[in-house]
Design a protein around this ligand. Structure first.
Ligand SMILES: [Zn+2]
Length: 297
C-alpha cells in the first residue's frame, strides 16, 4: 500500500512537471533559429517532429533587425536557440534572449567554421552603421562545405535534446548531407572553367561561397554604406576591364546604386536571395547565375 502511494505521488509529480514545461499539451517542442536557411536545415533533419521558430522573418535585414514582442514570447518556449554565430542582431540580442529563457540551450552553429576574419580593423569607425567590416563575415551559410558542418552540429544537438527521434534524425541528416555533396559536385563542375574570376554583388553575402569555389567577390557596398563617387568610378573601370555585366542584389536591400552602376556598365541587376528558406534551391540558383556571367563571350 505504501509502495502504491509512493508510485502515485511519483506519477502526479511527473505529470505536473511535464505540464509545467509544456502548457499546451498537444503542441510540439520548439527550437529557435535566427534566419530562414537555418530553419530549412533543421526542418530537413526533424521532418515535422519539432517546430522551428525563426527570429528574422522573410524580407527583413538581419544586420539591423529587432525582434517583436511576440517573437520574444515564442522564444521563451524554446528548448534551444541555434545561432548562426556572427550576425549583428545575434550579437546585440543574445544575452537578452538567454536572460528571457535561462533553461534554453544556446548552440553556436559557426563553432567549427573556417571563419573569414576582417582584413583590417578600422577601430576609429563608429559602430552604428549597417555593415559588418568590424568583425567576422557572418554569411557562413553561403558555402555548402560550411553548411555541412552546421548540419552536423544541428543533428548532434537535436538527438541529445530529443533522444526519442535519434534514429530518424540521423537518417534524415545523412540524406541531407548526400544532397549537399551532390550540390557541391555540381557547382564545382559548373564553375570549373571560371576559376579565379570575379563577380559583383551589392551586399557582400557570398564571401564563403567565393572562397570555397575559387572566385572573387567584389562588393559594391563598402562598410555597409553606399559607395563613394571614387569607389563607383573604380568599380565601373573594374567591370569594364573584366567584362562583368551583372550585379547581384539581395531583395532585402535598397538597390538604387546597383541599378545606376548596372546602366553604366551596360549590364543588368540580378536578384538573389541568400536569406531564402529553400537553401538548396537558392544555392543552386546562385551558382547558375555566376556561371552565366561568363558564359556569353
Ligand atoms: Zn549580410
Amino acid at each position: 500500500m505504501k509502495k502504491l502511494l509512493i508510485l502515485l505521488i511519483a506519477i502526479v509529480l511527473i505529470i505536473s512537471c511535464k505540464s509545467n514545461k509544456q502548457p499546451e499539451t498537444d503542441t510540439k517542442p520548439i527550437v529557435t533559429a535566427s534566419i530562414l536557411p537555418q530553419k530549412y536545415f533543421i526542418d530537413r533533419i526533424v521532418n515535422g517532429k519539432i517546430d522551428v521558430n525563426v527570429m528574422v522573418p522573410e524580407g527583413s535585414d538581419p544586420h539591423i533587425y529587432e525582434p517583436s514582442a511576440k517573437q520574444m514570447k515564442d522564444l521563451s518556449n524554446s528548448n534551444a536557440y541555434f545561432k548562426m554565430g556572427h550576425i549583428e542582431f545575434e550579437l546585440a540580442w543574445m544575452s537578452k534572449f538567454a536572460a528571457l529563457n535561462p533553461s534554453m540551450k544556446i548552440v553556436n552553429l559557426s563553432k567549427n567554421a573556417l571563419l573569414i576574419e576582417p582584413e583590417n580593423l578600422h577601430d576609429d569607425h563608429d559602430h552604428e552603421d549597417h555593415g559588418h567590416h568590424h568583425g567576422v563575415d557572418p554569411h557562413i551559410w553561403s558555402s555548402p562545405l560550411e553548411v555541412k558542418k552546421i548540419c552536423k552540429l544541428l543533428v548532434e544537438n537535436l538527438v541529445v535534446l530529443y533522444p526519442d527521434y535519434k534514429d530518424e534524425f540521423e537518417t534524415n541528416y545523412k540524406t541531407l548531407i548526400s544532397e549537399i555533396d551532390s550540390l557541391d559536385l555540381s557547382i564545382k563542375e559548373k564553375l570549373k572553367t571560371i576559376e579565379g574570376k570575379k563577380f559583383m554583388i551589392y551586399h557582400s553575402a557570398l564571401a564563403y561561397f567565393a572562397r570555397d569555389y575559387n572566385l572573387e567577390q567584389i562588393s559594391i557596398e563598402t562598410d555597409g554604406k553606399e559607395p563613394s563617387p571614387i569607389e563607383i568610378k573604380n568599380i565601373i573601370e573594374l567591370a569594364q576591364k573584366e567584362n562583368i555585366r551583372v550585379i547581384f542584389v539581395q531583395k532585402q536591400f535598397n538597390t538604387n546604386s546597383a541599378e545606376v552602376l548596372a546602366r553604366e556598365i551596360n549590364g543588368h541587376v540580378v536578384q538573389i536571395d541568400p536569406l531564402g528558406y529553400d537553401w538548396m534551391q537558392t544555392t543552386k540558383l546562385i551558382s547558375n547565375e555566376i556561371a552565366l556571367i561568363y558564359s556569353v563571350e
